[in-house]
Write a new protein. Structure first.
Length: 298
């Protein structure tokens, strides 16, 4: 019989804590969304600007109903765990909590985005190497079935346009906090090697143009209040469009996370997360400067 992996959840200010715990062990989780092999044992609760106390209380009640112990003590939260999922909405907290978790020697999944800027993202990668631990980070949008199908049909597009919402962050950069979902789709379709980013703002939100070598181009449209995702992949002969099937990507991502915790292997890696973070960082700098900004090469 396969050994059940005990998972500590760090953070309660994001709906992802609930979404992932539900798929791990909620009795009413639909069978096609259920993830086997994991057990969420405890969750560390603390406050950030991204959730009020009433919201935290409601989420705690849900988790406790599924058998997850909620605590405000870090050592208690990670006691006896086999793996860690850092689920913190506010990316400015990511580096600090990664430092605390890395020394435990457990595999870590760090929810999107990697950090609040590229410098802190690279420090997370350095800490993972220093402590000789396996770590991955992603947005679940990478696992949308329609996006994956489009990428399979056109593995080397010359142009990719993706669109998604521009959520307004209670603190820090809205581009980094919520733009990560759309930039994750772009990186999935275009791969690494982005060169520079130019951001334009208007009444609807933000448009980022990403330049790649060989005259390839990516466009990321982030729109206020439009909670839909999708995109188009093109080359000189064809165009393939897709729309995201909301919600189904959570289970797909969690299957990969379970595989990672068990084997150390996944269908994405920390270098993908760094590429996304580097583009987000350049986009935020361009948003502030009004100029084209170079993507930091790591």
């Amino acid at each position: 019989m396969t050994k059940e992996i005990k998972v500590a959840l760090i953070g309660l200010d994001t709906s992802h804590t609930i979404e992932f715990a539900k798929r791990i062990q909620a009795a009413d989780c639909p069978p096609d969304q259920k993830i086997t092999g994991l057990r969420a044992t405890a969750c560390l609760r603390f406050s950030t600007p991204f959730q009020n106390e009433d919201g935290l209380n409601a989420r705690q009640k849900q988790l406790e109903g599924w058998g997850v112990r909620v605590t405000t003590d870090f050592d208690d939260a990670v006691k006896g765990c086999d793996a860690i999922m850092i689920e913190i909405n506010d990316p400015s907290y990511h580096l600090g909590y990664f430092k605390k978790c890395a020394v435990l020697g457990k595999p870590i999944f760090l929810d999107k985005p990697l950090a609040d800027n590229i410098e802190n993202g690279l420090e997370i990668v350095r800490l993972a190497k220093e402590n000789k631990i396996k770590a991955i980070s992603t947005s679940p949008l990478r696992f949308d079935a329609n996006l994956i199908k489009a990428c399979g049909e056109m593995p080397n597009p010359a142009q990719v346009t993706v669109y998604g919402p521009l959520g307004i962050a209670p603190a820090g950069s809205s581009i980094v906090w919520y733009g990560v979902h759309s930039f994750e789709m772009l990186e999935k379709a275009m791969g690494k090697e982005s060169a520079c980013v130019t951001v334009r703002t208007d009444g609807a939100g933000v448009v980022a143009i990403v330049d790649y070598p060989d005259k390839r181009r990516g466009v990321v449209e982030l729109t206020k209040g439009a909670w839909i995702y999708g995109g188009t992949l093109r080359d000189s002969k064809a165009a393939i469009s897709y729309s995201v099937a909301a919600g189904n990507f959570y289970a797909s991502m969690m299957k990969d996370v379970e595989k990672f915790f068990r084997t150390g292997e996944a269908n994405f890696n920390i270098e993908d997360a760094v590429e996304v973070m580097a583009m987000l960082d350049a986009a935020e700098r361009s948003f502030k400067s009004g100029k084209t900004e170079t993507v930091y090469r790591y």
